[in-house]
Each structure stands twice: as structure tokens, then as C-alpha cells.
Design a protein around this ligand. Structure first.
Ligand code: SF4
Ligand code: ZN
Length: 483
């Protein structure tokens, strides 16, 4: 099994059932990462403007799969208004003597990569966040039915994963028909995610890695533990283990834990070795359960962002579907720009929603007692995992729209972060000695997280550095002399 596919020309000469298929568009790795802007699109499916969408791959018995079949339930491309946003259910059934049900999640994640090999198709995210755009240019070239997309996916799955002996694909574009399938998909995701919940990092011999996203973020290596799912929310420790068993040289491989240097922050020598090697030296150390110092890298397909809110010394969460600004004045997409790319961004971390259910959820930062804000939709989704005493103390967009409103809300609820404000106030009340101040300023590089407005006064003008990221080796603060 490999995540590389053959040249586009060879793809056109594939074995039955696609033997005589001449695709109207090209297929190959060269299209990976293609972006289709709104004015260039024929139509889009899913994405933030469509409330219900999903992508689901199920392993079935041989006799349950009609090999090569592509079905469309609902309108096909010519029946859609150009430039519109539509419902999407992408349901894939596969069968094969060597395919285990455990590998469903990992195979499902391959849709993202394969769809992006198709000229004129942009595929982003996964599960109920899926978003697909088709270009007008490819439509005009002949990609004028979803059947072409289905056939191309079938071809790519078969070619790259010989364990798949039969595969059929269904597109559901009718919103009424989608409902039942959508509920079924939610049940499947839930049962997949629940599997790893009882297991702890301490109980397993090894973790797993995922490097699937390196084609988009070359220095990104997901470390998947029983307490930390991959950022996309699609690959749990069990999924990665199943994938590694089938294909140890593939994108999911075992990671020796090595020595555990800090069980709270999640520092393991074996993890650092793998991250360093697979990021080609770009990342040397990561800490699995913090958003601050040396956090895990974030690629771009994370389901949510955990971000620092300095005004209240707390952590906010925002998910992909949340429209509009959060309490720091920034939207998910603006913060995602600073969070993604396979780099470490202190104060910003891409996470899977399932990670919020983890027993080790941001434990180095205070876990749930540090969470101060999140959209109602996420709060509802993970409500069973929020400690009862914290539930009412975490604000949503209904309680606070700005940092100032959030501060008042937290005071009113006596949120645990208030204790931190008191401690900081106490420390600030004791002025450090002159030498300590100089040493502290020299030793600690000051990082002002991206996306924060920094007002400064100069020469009678107010300068606002919006979305600035400032790293300074030394900060000298002098009292202005009275003239
Ligand atoms: Fe793999 Fe992580 Fe990318 Fe998910 S986000 S596909 S787990 S590298
Ligand atoms: Zn990714």
C-alpha cells in the first residue's frame, strides 16, 4: 500500500471496471493543493454555508458491495445553479478479504488526498466538516457529472490500496434524503471515537504517527496516542494501529515512547526523535498536552483551535463552522492562518473535537479549569465531557462577544482563572530587584501571539498592530523622564 499514485496516463488504462474509461480531466499528484476560488467554481458541496454534510467509508461484506457502482441520490451537476452551495453525503462502501473494520477511519481519510488528485476538484476537511468545490474550467472540459468524481475515486482507491477488492460510491445531494444517512454517519463516528476513550497513554507500549498531511504541511507529524487523536479528528490510536499493521511503511507507523520526561505536559524522548526525523529537523521537541511552550504542530485540517486569551489568562476554543469573530475579535479562518502550516505556534493549537473528551485534554495548561469560552455548538457536542462544576462557568457567544464582556462573565461565575489573576496581581505588587529584571528580560524571548491587537502610543498617534507576531530577544522598558 502506498499513498503515491501512478501517472495520469496509466490511470486511464486501469483494470476493469474502469478499463475503457477516458476521463475528461487529468488525475495525478500535480493537482494536490489546488485551490478553487469562489468566482472560479461551478458549484460547491458542504463547507460552512451548508449545515449538514458528511463523508463516510464503511467496510462491508463482499456480497454487499456492487463493484464500480457510482450512484447519485438527488440532483447532479447540470441540475444545479452555477455558483451555489449544496448538501453532500459521500458514502463509500469497500470490501476485501484482508480488510478489517478497524481500518475504516484511515481509509476514509484517504478520500481527502485522492479527491485532491482530480483536476478541478478541491477537497477540504473530513467527516461532517467536508467541503468540496468543482471548477467551472473542468466542468467545461467535461467534468459535468459527479459520476466522474466517483469513477476517479474508485480508480485511485483501487490503484493505491490493493486490499480493496470491491468499492462502490454514493453521492447524496438531496437534503431530505441526506437526513437518515447523516444520522447513521454520526453514529459511526461516535462509536469509532468512543473506542479509544477508556485507554491511557501509560497503558500502551507505543504511540503512532501520521504523516498524511505532509503533502500540505511538510514539517507536520501527528503523534497519535490513546489520549490524543490526530488533529483532523479522523484517526484514533486504534485506527492508526490498524493502518500500521496493514502497512507498516505507510503514513501511520509505530512511535516508540522512549522515556517519559513529563507525564503532565506529555514529553517523551521517543516522540521527539520521530518528530525531529520526520520533520527533517525543523521541529525538535513537542509537548503533547499544552498550547504554550513547544506545542504539537498543526497542519491545517484541525477541527478546532484552542487559543490563548491574554486579557483573561484563559483558553478559548473555536471550531471550523463558527462564523464571525470570537472574543478576541478574530474569526476561525483568521486564526487558522496563524495556526496551520506544520509549525509550532505558542498560544494557538489545532485540535480534534474528540481531544476535548480526553482525560489529558490540555492538562499542562490546567485542562477544563482554564477553558473560558467556546461556541454553543461545540459546548453542546462535548457537554458530557465538561466537568459539571465548570459547565456554567464557560462562556459562549451568547454570554460574551468581546474580551471585556468575557472578563465580566468570568467574574460573575467565579471562574477558576480568577485565581490566576489574583496570583499575578500579587506577584506584580512585589517589584523585582533591578538585576532580576534585567536577567528575566534577557533570558526570556517575548512572544506576543499572532492575532492580538497591540496598541502603542507614539508622537500623539495611536498605532495598532493588528495580527502582528512579534518575537524579541530583549525587552527594555524605561520610565519616561519628566521634562
Ligand atoms: Fe493524519 Fe494528522 Fe493529517 Fe489527520 S491531521 S490526516 S492524523 S497527519
Ligand atoms: Zn492535515
Amino acid at each position: 500500500m502506498s499513498d503515491r499514485v501512478c501517472e495520469p496516463d496509466k490511470l486511464r488504462d486501469d483494470a476493469p471496471p474502469a478499463a475503457d474509461v477516458k476521463f475528461p480531466m487529468e488525475i495525478g499528484e500535480m493537482f494536490e493543493g489546488q485551490r478553487i476560488r469562489r468566482p472560479d467554481m461551478y458549484a460547491e458541496f458542504g463547507g460552512v454555508d451548508v449545515p449538514k454534510k458528511f463523508e463516510l467509508l464503511l467496510v462491508k461484506a463482499m456480497e454487499e458491495v456492487e463493484d464500480g457502482k457510482v450512484e447519485i441520490i438527488g440532483p447532479d451537476l447540470p441540475e444545479l445553479k452555477v455558483g451555489g452551495s449544496y448538501t453532500l453525503g459521500l458514502l463509500i462502501h469497500v470490501a476485501g478479504k484482508k480488510i478489517d473494520k478497524d481500518i475504516e477511519g484511515v481509509l476514509e481519510r484517504r478520500v481527502h488526498y485522492f479527491a485532491n488528485y482530480i483536476e478541478g476538484v478541491m477537497h477540504v476537511n473530513q467527516r461532517t466538516d467536508v467541503w468540496v468545490r468543482l471548477s467551472r474550467k473542468s466542468y467545461d472540459k467535461g467534468l459535468n457529472t459527479l459520476r466522474w468524481v466517483g469513477r476517479a475515486l474508485i480508480l485511485l482507491f483501487r490503484r493505491s490500496l490493493p486490499i480493496i477488492e470491491k468499492i462502490q460510491i454514493t453521492f447524496i445531494t438531496d437534503p431530505t434524503m441526506l437526513e437518515d444517512y447523516y444520522q447513521q454517519a454520526l453514529e459511526v463516528y461516535k462509536s469509532r471515537d468512543e473506542r479509544a476513550r477508556g485507554l491511557m497513554e501509560e497503558q500502551v507500549e507505543e504511540f503512532y504517527s501520521c504523516v498524511l498531511c505532509q503533502s500540505f504541511a511538510p514539517t507536520h507529524v501527528c503523534i497519535i496516542t490513546p489520549n490524543r487523536m490526530g488533529g483532523c479528528g479522523s484517526i484514533s490510536w486504534f485506527d492508526a494501529r490498524a493502518s500500521s499493521n496493514v502497512d507498516p511503511k505507510g503514513p501511520n507507523f509505530p512511535v516508540r515512547k522512549g522515556e517519559c520526561l513529563d507525564p503532565v505536559k506529555g514529553i517523551y524522548t521517543g516522540v521527539d526523535e520521530v518528530v525531529k526525523e520526520r520533520s527533517l529537523g525543523a521541529i525538535e521537541h513537542i509537548r503533547l498536552h499544552t498550547i504554550f511552550d513547544q506545542p504539537h504542530t498543526s497542519c491545517g485540517c484541525f477541527e478546532a483551535i484552542a487559543y490563548f486569551i491574554p486579557e483573561v489568562d484563559g483558553i478559548g476554543i473555536v471550531h471550523r463552522d463558527f462564523k464571525g469573530p470570537t472574543v478576541n475579535g478574530l474569526s476561525f479562518s483568521t486564526m487558522a492562518e496563524h495556526t496551520s502550516g506544520g509549525t509550532q505556534n505558542a498560544g494557538f493549537l489545532g485540535i480534534a473535537i474528540e481531544y476535548m473528551r480526553s482525560a489529558k485534554f490540555l492538562q499542562a495548561d490546567g485542562g477544563w479549569s482554564r477553558i473560558v469560552w467556546m461556541p454553543t455548538q461545540v459546548k453542546d457536542r462535548v457537554k458530557d465531557s465538561i466537568p459539571l462544576e465548570m459547565f456554567g462557568s464557560i462562556a459562549t457567544e451568547k454570554d460574551a462577544k468581546t474580551a471585556g464582556e468575557l472578563k465580566e462573565f468570568l467574574k460573575g461565575k467565579n471562574h477558576p482563572v480568577i485565581q490566576r489573576w489574583k496570583e499575578v496581581a500579587k506577584e506584580e505588587a512585589v517589584p523585582p530587584k533591578e538585576e532580576e529584571r534585567a536577567v528575566a528580560a534577557e533570558e526570556t524571548p517575548t512572544v506576543i501571539p499572532a492575532g492580538i491587537e497591540i496598541p502603542a502610543m507614539a508622537g500623539g498617534f495611536k498605532i495598532v498592530l493588528k495580527n502582528a507576531r512579534i518575537v524579541a530577544e530583549k525587552v527594555i522598558i524605561k520610565r519616561a523622564e519628566k521634562k
